[in-house]
Write a protein that binds this ligand. Structure first.
Ligand code: CTP
Length: 415
């Protein structure tokens, strides 16, 4: 998700640098926009180094006095359209007044008018300025308009006075930003192991048996679980995908390797989600040399691979086990059978023949079958949204119906 961080001129401007770091931990892409007076307190270079992006300081690009160019003249519109949220830290009395009255005389205040994204402001100023009826009236206008105000703390102020006006803590501002964006931390303390992708079972040094799984569903689950606070171990068969940053990825090739990796890592996990399309059979004898064409028919003898989910169920403990069922017919029937046979807590079933579902798609249409008898049919959703619904259901199994339904941000574009 993209956010713009507006920095206006106050002593607390340096704390915005810390906020950048905190928001990056939430995987937010931060574009910093500074007012002219903010530059008196902190150098744009600090933010450029932290974000790896150009910091916007002038309405028409370049430094004051330099000629404008077309791109910079419309940049505020491009930024306004791109962002999912605008947060202003610190917001001075002057900036709050301009926002309240719709004055757009620099990039930041113009961006505020041009964006339809939610806005969060964290004011910081002298106590008398904060308590002044003009400031309080402006805040009322902004609140009534839906702007989230992170009230300043009370304490010793840079001006030497004591009272309200000290910028709220970085943690408090980040919490409001996450709340507005629908980012939750309901998987804090959980370690989630996700398997993804196909497995490959070698016939000879150049050929193998595999399936059409792209790994997208498993990678979306790993990504979503991590965004919600879990430590994530992704055990992946061969895919063309890049593991989400921060996720520990164990690359495997065969069902046997996946079996080993999963059982080895399972003891550290509280949740195991088996989204991988594991080969059910492998050649009894993989040929050391390339199989030659020959003249007649060729019969390949296959043997079953270990059933990872079933083996996990034997050492289940308190762990929540989630299996997937890719079916082409009688989806509900097969899913209920698998729920019982594999002693899983939840089966995510899909009819892979349906439009917009299954292998190598960006969307999925699934039904969830839980051990407590709950059954949910979900509409066609992006795999990231499906992942979040599966995670919601896991929490439901863990805590019962106390868990509120989650609201989540937009998925990353490549999932
Ligand atoms: N699975 C597994 N180990 C295997 C095969 C499957 O752990 N060797 C897991 C899959 O990751 C999935 C679940 O079992 O979570 C169901 O997989 P699926 O292939 O649909 O079920 P099978 O038990 O193989 O049954 P069938 O192929 O007969 O439908």
């Amino acid at each position: 998700m993209n956010i713009a961080l507006g920095v206006s001129g106050g002593v607390a401007a340096y704390k915005a640098a810390e906020l950048v770091r905190r928001l990056q931990q939430e995987k937010l892409d931060v574009q910093v926009v500074m007012t002219r007076s903010a530059k008196e307190f902190i150098a744009p270079l600090t933010f450029a180094a932290l974000t790896g992006q150009k910091v916007i300081t002038e309405m028409f690009g370049g430094e004051a006095g330099e000629p404008a160019n077309v791109e910079s003249a419309i940049e505020h519109i491009a930024v306004a359209q791109r962002i999912d949220l605008l947060v202003i830290t610190p917001a001075t009395a002057n900036v709050l007044a301009k926002l309240a009255r719709g004055i757009a005389d620099d990039f930041l205040t113009t961006l505020y008018l041009a964006t339809t994204a939610p806005v969060v402001v964290a004011p910081a100023m002298n106590v008398n300025m904060w308590e002044h009826p003009a400031t309080q009236e402006n805040l009322e206008i902004l609140r009534a308009r839906g702007v989230r105000v992170v009230d300043p703390d009370e304490g010793y102020l840079a001006c030497g006075m004591t009272g309200a006006g000290r910028l709220a803590s970085v943690a408090a501002i980040a919490q409001v930003v996450c709340e507005v964006l629908g980012i939750r931390h309901d998987f804090d303390g959980e370690t989630v192991l996700v398997t993804a992708g196909p497995t490959c079972e070698d016939l000879d040094p150049v050929r193998f048996l595999t399936n059409r799984s792209s790994g997208k569903m498993g990678y979306a689950l790993a990504d979503a679980a991590q965004r919600r606070g879990a430590r994530v171990i992704l055990v992946s068969g061969p895919t063309a995908l890049t593991p989400p940053t921060g996720v520990e990825c164990v690359q495997v090739r065969t069902a046997e390797e996946m079996h080993r990796a999963v059982l080895e890592r399972a003891p550290e996990c509280t949740v195991v989600i088996k989204a991988a399309a594991v080969a059910d059979f492998r050649p009894v004898v993989p040929h050391a040399k390339k199989i030659k064409r020959g003249a007649g028919r060729f019969t390949l003898e296959l043997e079953p691979t270990p059933d990872i989910l079933a083996d996990l169920a034997r050492v289940k403990g308190d762990r929540i086990l989630v299996g997937f069922a890719a079916e082409t017919d009688h989806v509900a029937e097969h899913a209920r059978e698998k729920l019982a046979a594999k002693r899983a807590d939840l089966i995510v079933a899909n009819d892979v023949t349906q439009h917009g579902a299954g292998f190598d798609q960006d969307t999925n249409v699934v039904s969830l079958f839980a051990r407590d008898g709950r059954e949910l049919s979900l509409p066609r959703l992006s795999k990231f949204d499906v992942a979040n619904r599966v995670l919601d259901e896991i929490l439901h199994l863990r805590h019962g119906s106390r868990q509120a339904p989650a609201v989540h941000g937009a998925p990353p574009s490549d999932r």
